[in-house]
Design a protein around this ligand. Structure first.
Ligand code: NCD
Length: 309
């Protein structure tokens, strides 16, 4: 039997496999027609137990652009989870209807439980405050397209580094490239969890924590802004106190490099002023487009489908 590959954590992919996905994502843009029907008769199920715009819709757009079809649900309340069904049973059932599953769940580790009993590939579209590997693939493609490389750079990550799963996965991924420095910009309460600090130390990374954007700005090649994750806070007062900790505006960009790449997984709330959107360094909507291209490449990879040479 063919081994099923899942994507739960970004480390499930080797660097060579990530390079391969980036190459296919670029080939999809250059040779779009060659991919139009490549997934004909294949079905992607999107099982979203938590809200999403970009991740779910880019997955669905990706499969539709490959000539396949999509089914699924966008909130737990419209699935049998509302009746008390376990994630494992839901996934096992959907594996009878679809060839590949992308899921998002508020509980850390839910996709691992789901993957145990499935017969089709499972993709983690975000599990609680844990990981978000397809956002990381999106981020890597964006950085590669904008900078032409994934090594030798200083990456600033700003905002809710405690609960922000995109940050955790991106650090894990970037740790594998040469000479990447990390500047972690957050209030004390929202610093990255200890296990991420341990990973940074284990890998001998060059990293530091600062509390203001101004301190870091001039040295950054990438600035990765994030939203304060309101839904993961234990109380509303803490959220209100911290929610506007960082707001990127044109004034703060005065000391930034000319070729800085400003990223954000989106949705944004207040953390980037809309006046920044017209700055050529603002790349967050381009990033959302990259998300579709890399998810097309990922679907093909996990289904074992290649375009004919
Ligand atoms: C992120 C997420 O869901 O973790 N969104 C996304 O997938 N692009 C970021 C967020 O919700 O803040």
């Amino acid at each position: 039997m063919k081994e099923i590959r899942n994507l739960i954590n970004i480390t499930d992919l080797t660097l060579e496999e990530i390079d391969g996905l980036i190459d296919v994502a670029n080939d999809i843009v250059e040779n779009h027609e060659a991919y139009e029907d490549i997934c004909a008769h294949k079905k992607l199920a999107t099982l979203f137990f938590e809200p999403s715009t970009r991740t779910r819709l880019s997955f669905e757009a990706a499969m539709l652009e490959l000539g396949g079809s999509v089914l699924g649900f966008s909130e737990a309340s419209s699935s049998s989870a509302a009746k008390g069904e376990s994630v494992s049973d839901t996934i096992q059932t959907v594996g009878c209807y679809a060839d590949i599953i992308a899921m998002r769940h508020p509980k850390e580790g839910a996709p691992i439980v789901g993957a145990r009993r499935t017969t089709v590939p499972i993709i983690n579209g975000g599990d609680g405050g844990h990981f978000h590997p397809t956002q990381t693939l999106t981020d890597l493609l964006t950085i590669k397209r904008k900078k032409g490389r994934l090594d030798n750079m200083t990456v600033g990550l700003c905002g809710d580094l405690k609960f922000g799963r995109t940050v955790h996965s991106l650090i894990e991924a970037m740790l594998r490239y040469e000479n990447v420095k990390f500047v972690l910009i957050s209030p004390q309460e929202l610093q990255v969890p200890d296990y991420i600090k341990e990973r940074l130390n284990e890998e001998g990374a060059d990293w530091k924590e600062v509390e203001t954007l101004e301190e870091a700005m001039s040295e950054l090649d990438i600035l990765y802004m994030t939203r304060i994750q309101r839904e993961r806070f234990f109380n509303e007062e803490d959220y209100i106190r911290l929610k506007d900790s960082f707001i990127l505006d044109l004034k703060k960009l005065e000391t930034a490099k000319e070729d800085l790449v400003i990223m954000h997984p989106l949705p944004r709330v207040n953390e980037i002023s809309t006046e920044v959107d017209d700055d050529p360094r603002a790349c967050y909507f381009f990033q959302a487009l990259c998300g579709k291209h890399i998810r097309m490449a990922l679907i093909l990879f996990l289904l074992g489908i290649k375009r004919e040479a």
